[in-house]
Design a protein around this ligand. Structure first.
Ligand code: SF4
Length: 396
């Protein structure tokens, strides 16, 4: 079998039981018939891409799959099973592929988790955000900590030995003490991976409106937010986790290969409503309107016709050399391991110091960047001001 390149696959399930108060992701509640129709459309899309990149075309290796959302675990397991079967029928999946599904407590039980396991899913990413029920309520999560814990233990019983727990900092009413308690509680459960992102208040969300009605005092201030970041890092490192990206920690050898592919700029195909792809240096984004998406992929959809599937791709950006070099720098420097100087020259046929000499010199003199052994990475102080540093890698 002539397997050319490998690629990741992202499958978007845009449904959630209810909308969290801080959420501006492409997700919404839906009824059962809509789930059925959506999965049928998704399968048509997967089949069509299979004719281009999969078994009917370039025959790329699928090295990682991430079923994300939304809340994919809001679907019955038979629908997830159908999606996985469709991917297998149309793509070659690596034997040791990392296959993750995002789940939320309140949509899980032991039977469903066992079904996920038996259709080849080998990694779970469970949204907890906080172990404090008042904080969960303030951000509109559908579950309590107790429900999360039951789901986590069920996942272990179902045989999952690679689990991520999502946490958030800078939540309404959160204090350093309550965060410390959340971290201790989660560490005690011993998951293989923990992501910890700071809450970003997005416009057009109920939480944003509430805060702007004069309730800013329920949020930790910027200084506390910073201390929360340090506290998270300190506690997770001393509990044996390695930080491999600004907000992602794992036990040794459990870094998410799918996440790393985004920061390493390797190819991935996104399927489903609003899903993004990066293939052969071109970034695409799928149709974001659910009615338009379902209409494009209705039963009259001709999956053998390339022109048809390409109608799904709404935003298409072909990266020029400068775009690619910028991305290489600011995505790569998010990783604790940083970037390789020789990989830069291999990828772009340019010496990194000819392109970025001044910026690299400036930040290494400020001890915010380390240049060592053919590698460039941010120092601990550099990570603290990473956004400012990343801006300096933008080229004209
Ligand atoms: S579960 Fe996630 S995707 Fe769904 S509404 Fe909440 S934050 Fe948004």
């Amino acid at each position: 079998m002539n397997k050319t390149k490998s690629m990741g696959m992202y499958i978007h399930i845009p449904f959630c039981m209810t909308k969290c108060k801080y959420c501006d992701f492409l997700s919404f509640p839906c009824d059962e018939p809509t789930k059925r129709i959506y999965v049928d459309s998704l399968k048509r899309e997967i089949l069509a891409w299979g004719n281009i990149y999969g078994l009917g075309g370039e025959n790329r290796n699928i090295s990682t799959i991430f079923i994300g959302g939304g809340t994919p675990s809001y679907l019955d397991s038979n629908l997830i099973f159908e999606i996985m079967k469709c991917v297998r029928n149309n793509f070659y999946i690596d034997e040791n592929a990392e296959i993750t599904i995002e789940c939320n407590p309140g949509t899980l039980n032991l039977l469903k988790l066992s079904d996920f396991k038996s259709c080849g899913i080998n990694r779970l990413s469970i949204g907890l955000q906080s172990a404090n029920d008042n904080e969960l309520k303030a951000i509109g999560r559908i579950h309590s900590f107790t429900q999360f814990k039951e789901s986590f233990l069920d996942a272990r019983t179902a045989g999952f030995d690679n689990i991520n727990i999502d946490l958030m900092t800078a939540l309404p009413y959160q204090t350093l003490d309550s965060l410390s308690n959340t971290l201790d509680t989660v560490i005690e459960l011993n998951p293989e991976h923990i992501s910890a992102y700071s809450l970003i208040l997005e416009e057009h969300t109920p939480l944003y409106d509430y805060i702007n009605l004069g309730h800013a005092n329920i949020l930790p201030d910027e200084n506390i937010d910073r201390e929360m970041y340090y506290l998270t890092k300190e506690k997770l490192l001393s509990a044996g986790y390695e930080r491999y990206e600004i907000s992602n920690y794992s036990k040794p050898n459990y870094a998410s290969r799918h996440n790393l592919s985004y920061w390493n700029r390797t190819d991935y195909l996104g399927v489903g409503l609003g899903a993004s792809s990066f293939i052969d240096n071109v970034r695409y984004k799928n149709e974001e309107n659910i009615s338009a998406y379902l209409l494009l992929l209705d039963k009259n959809f001709d999956d053998n016709h390339d022109g048809n599937v390409s109608k799904l791709k709404r935003e298409i950006t072909t990266l020029n050399l400068n775009d690619s070099m910028e991305e290489f720098m600011f995505l790569g420097l998010r990783k604790e391991s940083g970037i390789s100087i020789s990989e830069f020259s291999r990828s772009f046929n340019k010496d990194i110091f000819d392109v970025y000499g001044n910026v690299l010199d400036k930040y290494s003199k400020m001890n915010l960047l380390n240049i060592n052994n053919g590698n460039i990475k941010l120092t601990a102080a550099g990570f603290d001001v990473s956004n400012t540093i990343f801006c300096d890698f933008l080229l004209d």
